[in-house]
Design a protein around this ligand. Structure first.
Ligand SMILES: Nc1nc2c(c(=O)[nH]1)N[C@H]1C(S)=C(S)[C@@H](COP(=O)(O)O)O[C@H]1N2
Ligand SMILES: [Mo]
Length: 166
């Protein structure tokens, strides 16, 4: 009886997780995540799965887009949480194989996001989507530096989570 009860609890617990976020994409995979994560294979995400993460917005200009836009998307902090990752550095690769390293702390202290929407619309590859790292440039003058520009990767397709050990 007790065993049956724990078994039922287990099912309940699993269902709660499943309702939060599906583990397998049903749409086009736009992001893969590897490295220090809790799955053997790369984790794959379609847009709906990324939309299930908490959403944040930034309204800003950037040096490579025209005009003021509102960007919406997810934080690396919630993504790594979801994957049970203790990584503190992200190695991010774009569709054109441009690669940059972004400390996880940028998503807390510097307010960066992985934007999947521009003014409420999906971002086409032509417009530097489907995923762009956006910083709140207008809000914080000190972000307007070559170092941060170099981390502002667009057409993001892969993230490797790295645990730094000293
Ligand atoms: N996908 C992708 N993102 C990228 C780059 C790139 O080549 N590809 N260049 C980075 C660098 S080094 C800088 S300074 C800024 C601005 O690049 P730009 O001078 O080519 O506009 O975007 C960053 N994001
Ligand atoms: Mo750069």
């Amino acid at each position: 009886m007790r065993l049956l009860f724990s078994f039922l609890l287990l099912i309940l617990a699993n269902n709660t997780v499943a309702a939060d976020m599906a583990d397998t994409p049903t749409g086009r995979v736009i992001l893969t995540v590897s490295g220090a994560i809790n799955t053997k294979l790369n984790a794959t995400f379609d847009l709906a799965m990324l939309d299930a993460l908490p959403q944040y917005t930034i309204t800003t200009h950037t040096p490579w887009t025209q005009g003021l836009h509102t960007y919406r998307g997810f934080s690396a902090v919630d993504l790594l949480d979801h994957l049970g990752s203790t990584g503190t550095l992200l190695q991010i690769t774009a569709l054109n194989q441009y690669m940059t390293e972004v400390p996880l702390s940028d998503f807390l202290d510097n307010g960066a996001i992985f934007a999947t929407r521009q003014d409420g619309r999906e971002i086409s590859v032509r417009n530097l989507g489907p995923i762009m790292v956006i910083y709140p440039f207008d809000e914080r003058e000190e972000l307007k530096s070559e170092r941060i520009y170099g981390r502002s990767i667009w057409q993001v397709s892969h993230i490797k989570s790295i645990v730094l050990t000293e």
